[in-house]
Design a protein around this ligand. Structure first.
Ligand SMILES: *Cc1c(COP(=O)(O)O)cnc(C)c1O
Length: 354
């Protein structure tokens, strides 16, 4: 190794779900929304004035902050905006979790948390999920940890821990910031957002990527006490001020304005998920009871890898995670009615053959 290479900060990057080149595949592997974004978004893109690109965008994304404030009833100085919630979460780890004390998150969870911890040299412990894959709140209480991050619903299990459980964890950890990552909250779980005025150590993150069908635009946001948001902004503005471009800010505002479309699409996905639960049960799968836009399924006598490969050969992509507790499962994103019919049609034939 040449001498300069000894000085390089070396990390193992996050592995995103596969993005196949072939557009005809049924893509149920990255929890994208199967529907297009609101038509108000289309109008923004079609009428975008390319002249504005000459100027730097508003570093505060003030228009988008105002629209989020109007939609969620939270003052602007309690909202932080980032380039996807991955950006919001990474900034939050950097701001709140670098004291040198150990942070905690579940052993089966969003696989970016340990990547950021390594990236920022944050020591961490994982708290095992219970046997039924639910969050074990006792593991997060009385540990005097340096920070806590929990997705609700959790990924890839889809389980909703419930506001009461989360509140106990937040209340019993006043010595650190607790992040609740609500990437999937719009698909039926209750948000802890009302608790931000009761607990100044609570940060709630959400995203436009799943429920608003804007994974390609990269818009994430966080709610918290004024103090938390100020600390986050201070770190962000000492790192990179102009992260969100002008058109994306307009896209975000437009998406928030079309509330009926948003509610309708969330409801369609929820209905399709509930139908999928019945189909999966009929085909011999079991699964934690999902409140998200995916289901984490396990077949009683066929291996997850075999099913994964058979689906893939037939251009149906789902997600498989290696690992002791996840290797027997497949995470299946909820698609359109037609996509799900194709999935269940294939599985009926495949599993029927024995
Ligand atoms: C998808 C996801 C995110 C990140 O989404 P962005 O596209 O970066 O907004 C964060 N947390 C969890 C649990 C997710 O599944």
């Amino acid at each position: 190794m040449s001498t300069w290479e000894e000085k390089v900060h070396k990390v193992t990057p996050y592995t995103p779900g596969e993005q196949p080149k072939n557009k005809n595949v049924i893509k149920l592997n990255t929890n994208e929304n199967p529907y297009p974004p609101a038509s108000s978004v289309k109008r923004i893109i079609e009428s975008a004035d390319y002249e504005v690109l000459r100027r730097y965008p508003d570093p505060l994304a003030s228009g988008l902050l105002q629209a989020l404030s109007d939609s969620y009833g939270v003052p602007k100085d309690q909202i932080f905006v980032g380039v996807g919630s991955d950006d919001v979460l990474a900034m939050s780890f950097l701001t709140f979790f670098t004291s040198g004390e150990r942070i905690l998150f579940p052993d089966v969870t969003y696989s970016f948390y340990d990547v950021w911890a390594d990236e920022f040299r944050i020591p961490f412990d994982t708290v095992p999920l219970r046997e039924d894959l639910s969050i074990d709140k006792e593991g997060f209480i009385g540990k005097n940890s340096g920070g806590i991050v929990i997705p609700n619903p959790n990924a890839p299990t889809g389980l909703d821990a419930g506001v009461d459980t989360l509140e106990e964890i937040i209340r019993d950890n006043p010595q650190c910031v607790v992040i609740i990552d609500e990437a999937y909250v719009d698909f039926g779980a209750e948000s802890v957002l009302p608790l931000i005025d009761k607990y100044d150590n609570l940060l709630v993150t959400q995203t436009f990527s799943k429920s608003r069908a804007l994974a390609g635009s990269r818009i994430g946001f966080a709610f918290g006490s004024r103090k938390l948001i100020k600390y986050l902004n201070d770190v962000k503005f000492s790192f990179n001020s102009y992260t969100m471009d002008y058109i994306t800010q307009q896209v975000g505002i437009a998406s928030l304005q079309d509330r009926d479309y948003f509610r309708m699409r969330c409801l369609e996905i929820i209905n399709e998920r509930e139908r999928a639960k019945k189909e999966f049960s009929r085909l011999g799968f079991d699964f934690p009871d999902s409140k998200s836009n995916f289901i984490f399924v396990h077949h009683k006598d066929r291996s997850a890898v075999d099913i994964f490969n058979a689906l893939r050969e037939n251009d149906i992509y789902v997600r498989h995670f290696d690992g002791e507790r996840t290797g027997d499962y497949l995470r299946v994103t909820i698609g359109t009615r037609e996509q799900m019919d194709a999935l269940f049609g294939f599985l009926s034939d495949y599993l029927g053959e024995g």
